[in-house]
Each structure stands twice: as structure tokens, then as C-alpha cells.
Design a protein around this ligand. Structure first.
Ligand SMILES: Cc1cc2nc3c(=O)[nH]c(=O)nc-3n(C[C@H](O)[C@H](O)[C@H](O)COP(=O)(O)OP(=O)(O)OC[C@H]3O[C@@H](n4cnc5c(N)ncnc54)[C@H](O)[C@@H]3O)c2cc1C
Length: 463
């Protein structure tokens, strides 16, 4: 069977693209204007409306809700947050522990809220399993495990080769870690359910309405301007498309493939009955899930970055990337060599210059934003949204500081990315270095992380 390429994502091929909502009919006003209809924007609108039902909230979405990463991701709802270790250095260990605990709670919050709102998103809480299959990966796995435990994840477990195989039989796996703070989701079912829920509460959503410029109290579109005391930018990997934001967050590509449904005989071989989300410890790491209809969806970095912060062509993916992801799949499960790849697609995520996610409300202008989640935004977007709600309530005098507004990622400032061609050269060199390091580690006998990867981390500002 031929592999479908692009078409936004497999998740949309399964669910169908939604009927469009009306664009902005002209100039108007609101109490809060949210720019971007992904998880961040929609959760924010949802929580604000729940907290203050009389608020007039308008969401402006350039295409349709879930067009971006929220409709294309790997469906790992998990407790990772970009920048925790850096926040620990800047704000102290205890502050980072609070951030980690908030992320752990966020996984439960999403699951419970989806259930309460009757959003059926194929959620299965099987935890997160991350496997190592080289000596260097195993060393890194153990080191990360110790750090995660020190940050308060005491329920995380280090598993040997046999225990790993009891869960998922990844060829050559020598160990793994498992944490309960993770669940598999169907990304589109979640984002679509969220949009419908927010709308049913009374949030107004305008689609096909790209915001070209954001100014204090103004969101400007080709169809008119929304004036609002609070304007929130929730555009993640697409942020470079807004006037003045070319170098704010770098749009990084991530690509995915999904297999045809696998027969029971193959699942007998593979195991994976717990439906954990599955990752590895390679530098150019992969992430995977067993879908509700028994396929494997697997992702990784393809072409990591396109020149000039170009973002998207409805998810079309280079054939070489599809082949590379298939090689990763077969490396994990050799019996899948003959399995059909039903669909391949890509999307963009937002990467700040210091690789730290952030949520901010500038009290002097009423401008807010959240994102820069790098590859960990499915759960983080929910924490960001609840934090934006609290920041707005605090700013408008309805409440004081909360447990969320005092987390260390709030109001974090970071410098812009370098101009081109440095941006393009830097990111390509980084991922070439990671791939080279993975190749060298695959044949090395030592357990040390390859020097190239360590150097790349340091030069890129990633660690
Ligand atoms: C292939 C892939 C796999 C991933 N896998 C995972 C995973 O398994 N787990 C995980 O935690 N994270 C994952 N991520 C990251 C995660 O999906 C994102 O961090 C998260 O969805 C971000 O949500 P968001 O709402 O901030 O951004 P988005 O979902 O990108 O939403 C932004 C929205 O803003 C709209 N928009 C953009 N510009 C404008 C404008 N000017 N005017 C109006 N609207 C605009 C876009 O159309 C889009 O709908 C993955 C990302 C990708 C691309």
C-alpha cells in the first residue's frame, strides 16, 4: 500500500478535517483575545471561561483549531517540561521540584478534565517507558533517572533488560525507565473535543483568521481588529509568522509515521500490552505510541529546521525522512520490516534560544504568551493555560499570587535567535552532530556519551 504523505496528519485522515467556523466578521472588542487555537489557546479560553463565566473571550485561529502541533503530535501526554534543569540552576532546586510536581499533576488534570467534559480522546494511562539499547544510552538513562528522582519523581522506576522485555520487546534493549506520569492520547480527538467544549461554554472561535500583528490591546487580522485588554499569543511553532517575531522562537520540525494495524500475532511478539508511550535515549530520539486501533505511530526529527523559519506545507514530509523513521521502527521491531506505513506527516514545535518553555503576562501591556515547549507541549500547554488564567485573575485584582503564578517558568525572559544564515547552519549542525553521535555510540564499547553530542549541547545552549 502507498504511504499517504502530508494531509496535515494521520489523526485527521482518521477523523476527517472539521467543518470550518466563521472568520472574524469585522472589528470588535473582547475581554480576552486568544491568538491560536491549539491546546494552549483552547485550554486557556476554557479555564478562563470556567473561572469567570461572564468574560467575553475570542479565539482567533489562522486555519482551524488543531491545525498545528496539537493536531499532529505523538500523543504523549506526559510530565516532561523543557528547561526544568535550567530553572533549577536559576531559581533553586526547590522551585524546580515544584515545577516538576505541577507537571506530574497536570497529566492527571488533563485526564480528569477530559473525562468530566466527556471528551473521548482514546486516553490510556500506561505511563512512559524509555529504553536504552547501547552502553552510552544506558549510562544516560541511569543518570537522567537519578536526576528525575532528585526532582521528586520518586515513583519512577529503573528496569533491567528482562523487566523491559516484560513490557515491550524492543530488540537489544538493555534497560529502561518507567514513570506513571504519562498517558497515550489521540491528539485530534483531544483538540477537537476541547474546541467544542470551550465553544459550548460560550467562548467565541473564529477560524481562517490569521493575526498579522499583535500590539498592546490589539490583535490585527485581514478581516478586522479585536481590541481587548488582554491579548494572548499561543502560536508556538508558527510564532515567526507574526510581525516582529521572526526570531522569537525557532520553528523546529518533527515528523511521524504510522503503520497499518498490526495483527495479534505480531503483538504477541512485541508485547506492549500496557500501551505505555515509548521512547529511547538516542540523541536524535524517537517517540512512539500503540494506537487505540493497534498501529504503531512513531516520530523523530526529520529535517529539523527550514531556512528563514519557514513552517509548514500541510505536513508534507521528505521521502528520506520517512525512510529514516521506518529504519528506526525496524531497528526496534525487526519483524515489522514488511509492515505497511499508512501515513507520514510533519509539524512544527517552538524552540526558544535557551530551550526553556515559558508562560508570561506583561502587566504593563496586557500581552501574554505561552509556549516554547520544544517537544513536550501536550501536557505543558495545560499547565500554561491554567497559569495564564491565574495571572489574568491576579492582574485584574480578582485573586492574589497562586501556586501556579509563582512557578519558576513564569515571566522568564530569553534572547532572540540569531539572524539567518546562522540559525539554519546552527540547527543543521546540531542535528548532524546528534546523528553522528548516535552512530558512534551504536558501535562503541564504552558507556560514555559521545563527545560530539556533549559539545553540540553546550554550543547550542540546550544544556
Ligand atoms: C510531530 C510532532 C509530534 C509531537 N509529539 C509530542 C508528544 O508526543 N508529546 C508532547 O508533549 N508534545 C509533542 N509535540 C509538541 C506538542 O504537540 C506541542 O507543544 C503542542 O501541541 C503545542 O500546542 P500549542 O497550542 O501551543 O501550539 P499549536 O498546536 O501549534 O497551535 C498553534 C495554533 O496557532 C495557529 N496560528 C499560528 N499562527 C497564527 C496567527 N498568526 N494567527 C492566528 N492563528 C495562528 C495555528 O494554526 C495553530 O492552530 C509534538 C509536536 C509535533 C510537531
Amino acid at each position: 500500500m502507498n504511504t499517504v504523505n502530508g494531509g496535515i496528519s494521520f489523526w485527521y485522515a482518521q477523523e476527517g478535517t472539521p467543518a470550518p467556523r466563521e472568520p472574524l466578521p469585522g472589528d470588535t472588542t473582547a475581554d480576552v483575545c486568544v491568538v491560536g487555537g491549539g491546546y494552549t489557546g483552547l485550554w486557556t479560553a476554557y479555564y478562563l471561561k470556567k473561572a469567570v463565566p461572564f468574560l467575553n473571550i475570542i479565539v482567533l485561529e489562522g486555519k482551524f483549531c488543531g491545525y498545528g502541533a496539537s493536531g499532529r503530535n505523538g500523543g504523549w501526554l506526559y510530565n516532561g517540561i523543557a528547561g526544568r534543569d535550567r530553572y533549577a540552576k536559576a531559581h533553586g532546586h526547590d522551585a524546580a521540584v515544584r515545577l516538576q510536581r505541577a507537571m506530574n499533576d497536570t497529566v492527571t488534570e488533563v485526564i480528569e478534565t477530559a473525562a468530566a467534559e466527556k471528551i473521548d480522546a482514546d486516553i490510556h494511562r500506561g505511563g512512559v517507558l524509555e529504553v536504552a539499547y547501547t552502553p552510552a544510552q544506558l549510562e544516560r538513562l541511569k543518570a537522567y533517572h537519578s536526576v528525575d528522582v532528585a526532582f521528586g519523581e520518586t515513583d519512577r522506576r529503573l528496569l533491567g533488560a528482562r523487566e523491559t522485555a516484560d513490557r515491550v520487546r524492543v530488540t537489544g534493549a538493555v534497560g529502561s525507565t518507567w514513570t506513571p506520569h504519562g498517558a497515550r492520547v489521540h491528539p485530534v480527538k483531544l483538540v477537537r473535543g476541547l474546541a467544542a467544549t470551550a465553544e459550548a461554554l460560550g467562548v467565541t472561535i473564529h477560524e481562517s483568521t490569521p493575526v498579522t500583528e499583535i500590539r498592546p490591546k490589539h490583535a490585527i487580522t485581514p478581516y478586522g481588529t479585536v481590541r481587548a485588554p488582554y491579548v494572548l499569543r499561543c502560536t508556538e511553532g508558527f510564532t515567526a509568522g507574526i510581525k516582529g517575531h521572526k526570531r522569537t522562537w525557532l520553528p523546529m520540525n518533527s515528523s511521524m509515521i504510522v503503520t497499518d494495524p498490526l495483527p495479534a500475532s505480531l503483538w504477541d511478539d512485541i508485547g506492549w500490552t500496557g500501551r505505555e508511550t515509548l521512547g529511547d535515549m538516542a540523541h536524535a530520539y524517537m517517540y512512539a505510541q500503540r494506537t487505540a486501533d493497534d498501529r504503531i505511530a512513531l516520530g523523530g526529527r526529520g529535517i529539523p529546521y527550514r531556512y528563514g523559519s519557514a513552517t509548514d506545507n500541510d505536513g508534507r514530509t521528505r521521502p528520506a525522512t520517512v525512510d529514516a523513521l521506518r529504519d528506526v521502527l525496524v531497528r526496534l521491531f525487526p519483524r515489522l520490516a514488511g509492515t505497511g506505513i499508512a501515513h507520514a506527516w510533519s509539524g512544527v514545535l517552538g524552540v526558544p534560544r535557551d530551550w526553556c518553555a515559558t508562560v508570561t503576562l506583561d502587566r504593563s501591556t496586557g500581552l501574554g504568551w505561552a509556549g516554547g515547549y520544544v517537544g513536550s507541549g501536550v501536557a505543558t500547554a495545560n499547565l500554561a493555560a491554567r497559569t495564564l488564567r491565574d495571572l489574568i485573575q491576579q492582574d485584574s485584582g480578582q485573586s492574589g499570587p497562586t501556586d501556579l503564578t509563582t512557578l519558576p517558568w513564569v515571566n522568564h525572559k530569553v534572547r532572540s535567535w540569531e539572524p539567518e544564515p546562522l540559525r539554519w547552519l546552527g540547527v543543521h549542525a546540531l542535528y548532524a552532530a546528534y546523528r553522528a553521535a548516535d552512530r558512534r555510540e551504536a558501535t562503541a564499547r564504552t558507556a560514555t556519551t559521545d563527545r560530539i553530542a556533549t559539545l553540540a549541547d553546550r554550543v547550542s545552549g540546550r544544556h
